[in-house]
Design a protein around this ligand. Structure first.
Ligand code: CTP
Length: 448
């Protein structure tokens, strides 16, 4: 019996897929199809696949050409499968010409003609609603946001505003997108991405929500709990999406880490320690060290270490003590926080002008997770145990600068009418704002 194997995503199954499977089956007697897993697709940069893996498997089976469906989970699996299933022919569309010649060592490799004029990408583009996003605040982060948005389907940046026209001109791909006022921008878009200095967020987010626009707001969204509560209540009342743009929260590797730990792989979580620090020349850190613009290490970076702590230990802590060292302007260049829970303790340290190892360690009753610096751009972590033979390393792809994941989740929430995201919930954003507020009010805050 001649065995043939082929692989693909098979999203929105179309005529090209059906022709390919028919031709592949005709090469032998038994056809195996490897359908890519959702997480594997995300990892290799396919962020916009519409059908989930179960739907795609069903669609492939429904063609009637397939004898066995397997799931493709990892790079290198093709060699394993060819050997495991004793495959004679590996077949794939001609768009991959030459890319799988390395399999010739194990079986025959055939590139089949591709059907012209149809692809999943085309079908997704045709069926998709376009979300028009306006970018407000044209600094470093907005500059990175614009090319990242181009990587996500169904998104168009159609307006840009900054109180300095020069700043807007510096990042606008087209000068016609530049607006003369924030009100004009809000009037032109479906959603707003707020990347202004922290203290402008609350009023801008509130105004956009009041005008019926979805909001993706840079982190920290606001510095007071009541403001966060008010904005989320407003979004809920108007069926709008309000998300805090904390890039770690939406990154695939970080999410996998959280799900592994929540499924008990290191036992009960008893301690979390997270750090982040930046040591740049003071001239580059103008806003970040300006007390008038809510500068300082806690406001600037605090929402990142708070993220794993709130996700794993929850938003109901018993108390928080904060310890800060300030510079001559009164801005905290170093802040350490200790958060006490009923059965666990978490700590974080942040430096803007103090350097420390930026890693994340999550300690549990059966083992611990170690995420090396820079853990907030998670692409690799280890689960470690007393018996080192049990240790496991996990590797992922992180596409710099990593904003595409939050944009994709934001747009997916809008298109699919999901008003909140499990990746960073309103309760977690509100808890972050609460900690910022405690700091601002000097509660349980000790100077060092
Ligand atoms: N294929 C084909 N003709 C097409 C589209 C796809 O023969 N018009 C083949 C591919 O070469 C591959 C298989 O179908 O062997 C599965 O491809 P997949 O990547 O799932 O399909 P695409 O439509 O190309 O998807 P995308 O646009 O997301 O890349």
């Amino acid at each position: 019996m001649k065995k043939v194997i082929t692989y693909g995503t098979y999203d929105l199954l179309h005529e090209g897929h059906i022709n390919l499977l028919r031709r592949a089956k005709a090469l032998g007697d038994y056809l195996i199809v490897g359908v890519t897993n959702d997480s594997f697709d995300r990892e290799r940069g396919k962020l916009n696949v519409r059908n989930n893996v179960l739907e795609r498997v069903e669609a492939v089976k429904s063609t009637g050409f397939v004898d066995k469906v397997i799931i493709e989970d990892y790079v290198g699996q093709k060699i394993d499968d060819v050997l495991k299933y004793d495959v004679d022919i590996f077949a794939i569309g001609s768009d991959w010409e030459g890319k799988f010649d390395y399999l010739k060592e194990f079986c025959e490799v055939v590139y089949l003609p591709r059907t012209e004029g149809v692809s999943s990408t085309m079908l997704r583009a045709e069926s998709e609603v376009m979300v028009n996003i306006g970018v407000v605040g044209c600094g470093r982060i907005a500059k990175r946001f614009i090319p990242e948005a181009a990587k996500v389907d169904a998104v168009r940046i159609n307006a840009i505003y900054d109180s300095s026209r020069e700043a807007a001109e510096a990042i606008a791909p087209n000068p016609n997108l530049i607006c003369d006022s924030y009100e004009e921008l809000v009037g032109k878009v479906d959603a707003v991405y707020i990347a202004t200095p922290h203290l402008a967020h609350y009023h801008q987010a509130k105004y956009a929500l009041q005008q019926g626009r979805h909001v993706l707001c840079e982190t920290p969204m606001v510095l007071r709990k009541d403001e966060a509560e008010e904005l989320f209540a407003l979004a809920k009342e108007r069926n709008l999406v309000l998300l805090e743009a904390n890039k770690t929260a939406y990154c695939p590797a970080f999410n996998h880490l959280i799900t592994l730990i929540k499924s008990g792989l290191i036992g009960d979580v008893v301690g979390i320690d997270a750090s982040e620090s930046k040591l740049w020349g003071d001239d580059k850190l103008k806003r970040e060290l300006d007390p008038e613009q809510a500068g300082g290490s806690l406001y600037e970076m605090g929402s990142y270490p708070m993220l794993p702590i709130l996700k794993l230990l929850g938003t109901n802590h018993l108390n928080i003590n904060l310890y800060s060292r300030r510079n001559s302007n009164g801005v905290d260049v170093y802040t350490r926080g200790i958060i006490r829970y009923h059965n666990a303790l978490a700590s974080f340290q942040l430096g803007l002008g103090v350097k420390t190892e930026g890693n994340l360690v999550i300690s549990g009753t059966k083992g611990y997770a170690y995420v090396p610096s820079p853990w907030w751009k998670t692409d690799y972590f280890e689960l470690r145990y007393e018996d080192q033979n049990q240790n496991k390393k996990y590797f992922y792809k992180w596409d710099e600068p990593g904003l595409r994941y939050e944009i994709q989740e934001f747009v997916s929430c809008i298109i699919n009418h999901r008003s909140t995201s499990a990746r960073l919930t309103p309760a977690e954003s509100i808890a972050m704002a609460d900690i910022m507020q405690q700091f601002g009010e000097n509660k349980n805050l000790f100077e060092i």
